[in-house]
Design a protein around this ligand. Structure first.
Ligand code: FES
Ligand code: FES
Length: 161
């Protein structure tokens, strides 16, 4: 088993981390950095609960990607959305529209939603559907999540920046 030190910026904090060629990005996030907001579910790319955002603001399934490939990269996890005690606008929208579901799927749902907004500040129905397709939870449906992604709170937040 090969081991290597990688430099990874997580939620703005740059760290040097010893990883093995058997570890995924998810293993590092949860087991070495103790950022347990990102969940471990199927570990096969099917459920979306391990979703984080990469430096481009895109959704990444952290269970599928080897940790060694992240040397020099940066990611944002659910813990990094809040800034200086202020929730991100997408988190506020989820609360306002009742889109928060169980604690297991919600972090991945929010990080997927954040990636949708990063790519499409005013997403169409198709863009929302495509961006949220990787989230497996069907317990309560996606209606409230879609409401949050379309909501006027996000539009207000954008107009204030
Ligand atoms: S744990 Fe990564 S997709 Fe299910
Ligand atoms: S898995 Fe979270 S509400 Fe269904």
């Amino acid at each position: 088993m090969a081991r290597e030190i990688i430099t990874l910026t997580v939620n703005g904090d740059t760290r040097e981390i010893l990883v093995s060629d058997r570890q995924t990005l998810l293993d590092v996030i949860r087991d070495q950095l103790s950022l347990t907001g990102t969940k471990r579910g199927c570990t096969t790319g099917a459920c979306g609960v391990c979703t984080v955002n990469n430096a481009q603001g895109e959704a990444v399934l952290s269970c599928l990607t080897p940790a060694l490939e992240w040397d020099g990269e940066s990611i944002v996890t659910i813990e990094g959305l809040e800034q200086n005690g202020e929730l991100d606008a997408i988190q506020t929208a989820f609360i306002e529209y009742g889109a928060v579901q169980c604690g297991f799927c919600t972090p991945g749902v929010i990080m997927s939603a954040k990636a949708v907004i990063n790519a499409h500040p005013e997403p169409t129905e198709e863009q929302i559907n495509a961006g949220m397709a990787g989230v497996l939870c069907r317990c309560t449906g996606h209606i409230k999540v879609k409401d949050a992604l379309r909501n006027d709170h996000l539009i207000r937040a954008r107009s204030e920046t």
